[in-house]
Ligand binder design. Structure first.
Ligand code: CUA
Length: 321
């Protein structure tokens, strides 16, 4: 028992440290609803477990011996009938209002997200028209409703930001809508929750909830090409090795939409869809052997590049901000 208590305390501590990916550390009304239902169910389960232990001690291990028929009937009535009925009614009272959607409407902003093996294609509908393409990171303004338009490009994926809302499937050929609102600024984590291949567990993304004015400035700034786009030795190697055959960088001739957009790679919080720190070193390693970091990824390996050449490309990409 002491060991179970210690491990529960340890996991509670761990989840407290790792608050950025937890359905209990919420930053949106929909996720708060889900947390309410979760807590009601856990408390209900604990009460029912306590009742079962009570029945065991009173009826089976009663120190004063066998119960009389009348005592037995009373036990069954209270602990087997009335007690659980009260618990289930209390859960229902908590859960019913929490099941109503809190955030509705068309959304002040639309963000398209497509799941692909094993990354996320992100497109922000811009106020003036057009879509700003990005990848593996989602930024949302605090206090405004955001409509996520979700689909899959190859197989079924599932979009889940535990702190913001429930899960939504991303199905090829179909668009599912998820309307949410972030109530608190911060950096959070989203994950794929539908098994989609070898690197399913390595398909994550960062969510940054920003103050509305900062978000507007960020979105407007993203449309401009990054400083450093199309310059230097790294850019020459990027072009010479055909990286532009799959990736796009705004402000350059590279505009393929096969792989993740790299226009502002220098501002990205992670590499490889939420799994690695985007340092020059890691980026160079990823370019030479992406399968090592992400088994099953579509990007081919570039073992023909020397360390120095891969580093030059990584330095170029890190400069895109
Ligand atoms: Cu994508 Cu699992």
């Amino acid at each position: 028992m002491r060991r179970i208590g210690a491990s529960l305390a340890a996991s509670a501590l761990l989840s407290a440290c790792n608050r950025h990916q937890s359905a209990l550390a919420t930053f949106g009304a929909e996720a708060t609803n889900i947390r309410t239902i979760t807590i009601a169910l856990v408390v209900g389960a604990a009460v029912i477990a306590a009742i079962m232990i009570g029945v065991y001690w009173r009826a089976v291990r009663a120190p004063e011996g066998q119960l009389t028929h009348k005592q037995g009937m009373r036990l069954v009535l209270w602990l087997g009938g009335i007690g659980p009925a009260i618990v289930l009614t209390v859960i229902l009272i908590f859960a019913l209002p929490a099941m109503r959607p809190r955030v509705t409407g068309a959304g002040d902003l639309t963000i398209h997200v497509e799941g692909e093996q094993f990354w996320w294609r992100v497109g922000y509908e811009r106020p003036g028209g057009g879509v700003l393409v990005s990848a593996n990171e989602v930024r949302v303004p605090v206090g405004r409703t955001v409509a996520f338009e979700l689909t899959g490009r190859d197989v079924i994926h599932s979009f889940w930001i535990p702190g913001l809302a429930g899960k939504m499937d991303m199905i090829p050929g179909r668009t599912n809508s998820l309307v949410v609102r972030a109530d608190k600024a911060g950096r959070y984590r989203g994950v794929c929750t539908e098994f989609c291949g070898l690197s399913h567990a390595l398909m994550a993304f960062d969510v940054v909830a920003m103050e509305p004015a900062a978000f507007d400035a960020w979105l407007a700034g993203q449309a401009r090409p990054a400083a450093g786009a199309g310059q230097g030795e790294g850019e020459r190697l990027f072009a010479a090795n055909g990286c532009g055959g799959c990736h796009a960088i705004r402000g350059t001739e590279h505009n393929s939409r096969i792989g993740p957009d790299l226009s502002r790679y220098g501002e990205r919080l992670t590499l490889g869809a939420g799994i690695l720190p985007p340092t020059v070193e890691r980026t160079a390693q990823f370019i030479r052997a992406p399968q090592e970091a992400k088994p099953g990824v579509r990007m081919p390996a570039y073992p023909q590049l020397s360390n120095q050449e891969a580093r030059a490309i990584a330095v170029y990409l890190k400069g895109l901000k």
